[in-house]
Design a protein. Structure first.
Length: 288
C-alpha cells in the first residue's frame, strides 16, 4: 500500500507534468500556426553543386520556413542559368554581378553587359561584387575596377549591392563613401565593431551566417549580440560556409535555421522575433 502523502505527491507531480506537456504542445502549436518565415539573403543555389537535387534542397528549405532566397551571381557565364533557376521556383530572387574571386573570368566588356542585364532583367540587387585581399593572386587594381564600376551601376539603377569584403573592409568602406548614394549588405561580415558602425551610418547591413555558429568567433559573436537589429540579415552562403555542426559538408539554405538559433541565443531574443525582423529587413532591402 502507498502511504497517503506519497499519493498526493504523485498526483501533484503528474499534474505538473501534464501542465508542462500542455505548455510545450501549445508552443509547438503556436510555431506551426505562425510558422517561421525566413529569408536566406545569400545563397548560391544556382551553382553545379545543387544540379542533381535542387528541388529537394528548395523543399527542405521551405519545410524549415526558409521561403525566400537571394541568389547572387559570380560571373557573366552563369547569369543565364541563375535566371532560369530563379524562374523555376517561387521566392528565389536574382542578383547579377561579378565576384572578385572569379576575377580571371571577368572582362571589361562584362560591365556594359551587366548594365544591359540590369535594364532588361530588373533583378533585385547588384552582386556579388567586392574586394578580396585574402586570396592570393587576385590583382588588386583589377578588383578595384570591377567593384567601383558595379557600385556605380547599383547607384544608377537604385539597386542594393551585395558585397564580398575579405581583409578589405576599410577599402570597401572608402569605396562606398567615394561613390555615394548606394546601399546594400556586406555579406558574411568579418570586420570590427567600429567598421560596422561606419557601415550602419552609410545605411549598410551585415549578413550573418555559418561563422557565427563557431564558438571561437568571439568578435563576431559580440557584434551580433549588441548590433542594432535593423541592420541584421541572415544568410547561409550555400554551398559554402557550413555551420559548426556540419563542417566540411555542402551547406544548404535549410540550415539557416541553425544560424537563427545561435543569433537568438546570443541576443536572448525569441527565434520568432529574430526571424520576423531579419525577414522584414531583407524584404525591405531586396523587394522594395
Ligand atoms: Zn557569395
Amino acid at each position: 500500500m502507498i502511504p497517503r502523502p506519497a499519493i498526493r505527491r504523485l498526483k501533484a507531480n503528474s499534474k505538473k507534468i501534464e501542465h508542462r506537456n500542455i505548455k510545450l504542445e501549445s508552443i509547438e502549436q503556436e510555431r506551426l500556426e505562425m510558422g517561421l518565415d525566413l529569408f536566406d539573403s545569400h545563397s548560391h543555389l544556382d551553382v553545379p553543386e545543387f544540379e542533381h537535387d535542387r528541388s529537394a534542397v528548395v523543399s527542405r528549405a521551405q519545410a524549415e520556413g526558409v521561403r525566400q532566397q537571394l541568389l547572387p551571381a559570380v560571373a557573366f557565364a552563369g547569369w543565364s542559368n541563375l535566371k532560369d533557376v530563379c524562374a523555376q521556383y517561387s521566392g528565389l530572387y536574382p542578383a547579377y554581378g561579378l565576384h572578385p574571386m572569379y576575377l580571371a573570368s571577368h572582362r571589361p566588356e562584362h560591365i556594359p553587359a551587366l548594365r544591359t542585364w540590369l535594364e532588361t532583367e530588373k533583378p533585385n540587387a547588384v552582386g556579388e561584387c567586392g574586394l578580396d585581399f585574402f586570396v592570393e593572386g587576385l590583382d588588386a587594381e583589377q578588383q578595384r575596377f570591377y567593384f567601383i564600376e558595379q557600385l556605380k551601376l547599383a547607384r544608377e539603377f537604385k539597386l542594393p549591392v551585395v558585397v564580398h569584403a575579405r581583409r578589405a573592409v576599410d577599402e570597401v568602406l572608402a569605396s562606398i563613401k567615394k561613390i555615394g548614394s548606394v546601399r546594400g549588405v556586406i555579406h558574411s561580415y568579418s570586420g570590427s565593431e567600429e567598421q560596422a558602425r561606419q557601415l550602419f551610418k552609410l545605411g549598410f547591413s551585415l549578413g550573418i551566417g555559418g561563422p557565427v555558429t563557431y564558438d571561437r568567433a568571439q568578435r563576431l559573436r559580440r557584434l551580433v549580440t549588441s548590433m542594432p537589429i535593423e541592420f541584421l540579415l541572415l544568410e547561409t552562403d550555400s554551398p559554402d560556409q557550413p555551420n559548426a555542426d556540419h563542417r566540411g559538408q555542402r551547406n544548404e539554405p535549410a540550415r539557416l535555421i541553425d544560424v537563427l538559433k545561435v543569433v537568438a541565443q546570443l541576443r536572448k531574443q525569441p527565434e520568432q522575433e529574430i526571424a520576423r525582423y531579419t525577414t522584414a529587413n531583407a524584404e525591405a532591402m531586396f523587394l522594395k
